[in-house]
Design a protein around this ligand. Structure first.
Ligand SMILES: NC(=O)c1ccc[n+]([C@@H]2O[C@H](COP(=O)([O-])OP(=O)(O)OC[C@H]3O[C@@H](n4cnc5c(N)ncnc54)[C@H](OP(=O)(O)O)[C@@H]3O)[C@@H](O)[C@H]2O)c1
Length: 232
């Protein structure tokens, strides 16, 4: 049984991934901004007995430290850094940039994941098979064709996150910690809407399967949810 931390676990891809791990018998530390309102996570906890809820906003470092303190000295085997936002959809390009929204996107998807990971490094060090997953995006790939849509804020955050993941993979190799960014697919969540390609269940099952299959030889690669390699 692995112990898994998932951020942004209240809905969408985070919730679907939490279901996969908890139903497989792993213990999920489900991080969410509003535990009282996270009905689906409470249902999952009642169903499996494998879920602990913690309050965490990844842009609020004090809340990260509080959640880490709740976990204490327990071993953590996997961190799924999933929490994310698109930002101000209409105003993130050359003709109109909402800079406050851009800062918030960077804090949520670049700084936050690093801070969460840092707070749990001692817990990962106690694992025999530690893995750090960053839920990235094809938008963070330098070869992604955005087909006329210009999301400077979102793309820069995921591109920066990918570089952080590459550097971290190199730095943590000697500590035997696997680091991998995963593009979760174009998924029918609140973020992408009903026109997207795949269900949250398919994405969550893929993330679960890829995470479980990773070995040190895979560290520093950029994966898709379906186990194929995404170009940087
Ligand atoms: N959907 C796609 O097609 C797609 C494609 C590529 C990558 N992704 C990435 O996949 C991840 C999950 O996306 P999704 O589609 O599941 O989005 P979603 O349905 O909008 O869910 C976003 C999740 O992130 C949480 N969150 C947002 N800001 C947070 C913060 N500051 N602190 C903690 N939690 C926060 C939300 O919590 P609340 O419930 O409290 O708001 C929610 O649980 C994101 O990193 C996204 O960029 C998604």
């Amino acid at each position: 049984m692995a112990a898994v931390v998932i951020t942004g676990a209240s809905r969408g891809i985070g919730l679907a991934t939490a279901r996969e791990f908890a139903r497989a018998g792993d213990h999920v530390h489900a991080m969410c901004r509003n535990p009282a309102g996270a009905g689906d996570l409470h249902s999952l906890a009642a169903e499996t007995g494998n879920v602990t809820l913690h309050q965490m906003d990844v842009t609020d470092f004090a809340s990260i430290d509080r959640a880490a303190a709740e976990i204490g000295d327990a071993v953590i085997d996997v961190i799924i850094n999933n929490a994310g936002i698109v930002g101000n959809f209409e105003h993130q390009h050359i003709d109109s940039m909402d800079y406050d929204a851009w800062r918030h996107v960077l804090e949520t998807m670049m700084l936050g994941p690093l801070r969460v990971t840092q707070a749990l490094m001692g817990n990962l060090a106690r694992s025999k098979a530690a893995k750090i997953i960053f839920i990235s995006s094809e938008w963070g790939s330098s070869v992604y064709d955005s087909k006329g849509l210009y999301l400077y804020a979102y793309a820069s955050a995921k591109g920066g996150l990918n570089r952080v993941a590459q550097l971290m993979a190199a730095q943590l190799r000697e500590r035997n910690i696997i680091v991998v960014p995963i593009h979760p697919g174009y998924v029918r969540t609140d973020m992408a809407g009903p026109i997207a390609d795949i269900s949250p269940e398919e994405s969550g099952a893929g993330i679960h399967s890829v995470t479980n299959s990773l070995t040190m030889a895979d560290s520093g690669k950029f994966y898709r949810w379906n186990g194929t390699i995404h170009p940087w």
